[in-house]
Design a protein around this ligand. Structure first.
Ligand SMILES: Nc1ncnc2c1ncn2[C@@H]1O[C@H](COP(=O)(O)OP(=O)(O)OP(=O)(O)O)[C@@H](O)[C@H]1O
Ligand SMILES: [Mg+2]
Length: 332
């Protein structure tokens, strides 16, 4: 783990960014395979894709460090495709980089194209020519959240690796290090809440931990509680969700609406998080009638979509109550 003094003021996601491939947790198979490619001198063009905060950028940068050592800056070009630059700029940069001679070292140069799914189709199509043209002495590593946003032509030129959300035990091991390093205590319920809420996104874990620490008056003597975690994530507590759900199922309409609104304003919760939480609770509900669940999830799904499209908050809140009440009528 890296902890030299000049890094102490960095945000934790940077401070604890993996330095070597061994610091990349929970992606053993990918790391193993890519390392093997390098050892055998058969590195293909790579595509790393998957949800945020799972180590795509960290892995390729650690790999490049492992390959090139202090030659890194001569041999690696990092481009961020979502920077607002046209493909012409990218093409020129790549051309310049790929066509300069390597005086001191042999082997491939590496071009990392981060957030490539933000590129337009036209730019991606231009890229496939570029990749072909420079394959002789260059390897590309394309990073993206969604493979389906990349053109088939680009996909077929790369060996694909899907980064899964990090498993809880990997995150636990990683944060154990961080906690020791930061001299920070996290109680067990808080840890469970953190792992639950972060859904395998290590960036989120680190950001929440850092924000939680900032709320403590005396970090070396206090511990982080689940209350702090929920607050920092802005996620509803299970008890609050139960209160809302109970009221919707048992009370009349206006009481239910009042309860939902009260919980939301008091805790500053977004309706979308509330829906997500309710769906999660309802997944574990035993229902007499499976149709109830189907009906309910379909309706809540529609509401979630409407909210993401900018639907009115009040109307959608009522819709949530309506969706749950009507679906549960199927139960009796
Ligand atoms: N597998 C991992 N092992 C250890 N730390 C990780 C891992 N994945 C992510 N992190 C931590 O989270 C931060 C963000 O990781 P990274 O930038 O590699 O994510 P990413 O997969 O590229 O995400 P995005 O899709 O948002 O670009 C890193 O600084 C690192 O501290
Ligand atoms: Mg990244």
């Amino acid at each position: 783990m890296n902890g030299s003094k000049d890094r102490s003021n960095l945000p934790w996601v940077e401070k604890y960014r993996p330095v070597t491939l061994d610091d990349v947790y929970g992606q053993k198979e990918i790391v193993g395979t890519v390392r093997k490619f390098v050892e055998e001198g058969k590195l293909p063009h790579l595509l790393f894709y998957g949800p945020p905060g799972t180590g795509k950028t960290s892995t390729i940068i650690a790999l490049a460090r492992e390959i090139y050592g202090k030659n890194y800056s001569n041999m690696v070009l990092e481009l961020n495709a979502s920077d607002d630059r046209g493909i012409d700029v990218v093409r020129n940069q790549i051309k310049e980089f790929a066509s300069t001679r390597q005086i001191f070292s042999k082997g491939f140069k590496l071009i990392i194209l981060d957030e490539a799914d933000a590129m337009t189709n036209a730019a991606q199509n231009a890229l496939r020519r570029i990749i072909e043209k420079y394959t002789k002495n260059t390897r590309f590593c394309i990073l993206a959240n969604y493979a389906h946003k990349l053109t088939p032509a680009l996909l077929s030129r790369c060996t694909r690796f899907r980064f899964q959300p990090l498993p809880s035990d990997a995150i636990e091991t990683r944060i154990a290090n961080v906690l020791v390093h930061e001299n920070l205590k996290l109680n067990d319920t808080a840890k469970r809440a953190l792992l639950d809420l972060s859904k395998g996104d290590m960036r989120r874990v680190l950001n929440v931990l850092q924000a939680s620490r900032a709320t403590l008056d005396d970090p070396s003597n206090e511990e982080i509680t689940d209350d702090i975690i929920y607050e920092c994530v802005g996620a509803p507590r299970p008890e609050d969700l139960e209160t809302v759900l109970k009221s919707i199922l048992e009370d009349d309409w206006s009481t239910a609406y009042y309860t939902l609104t009260k919980v939301r304003t008091m805790k500053g919760l977004a309706l979308i998080d509330l829906i997500e939480g309710i769906v999660k609770i309802l997944e574990e509900y035993e229902l007499k009638n499976e149709v109830t669940r189907i009906e309910l999830l379909t309706r809540l799904g529609d509401i979630e979509y409407a909210i993401s499209k900018g639907g009115n908050d009040k109307i959608q809140s009522s819709a949530v109550i309506g969706a749950i009440k009507t679906s549960f009528e199927l139960e009796v």
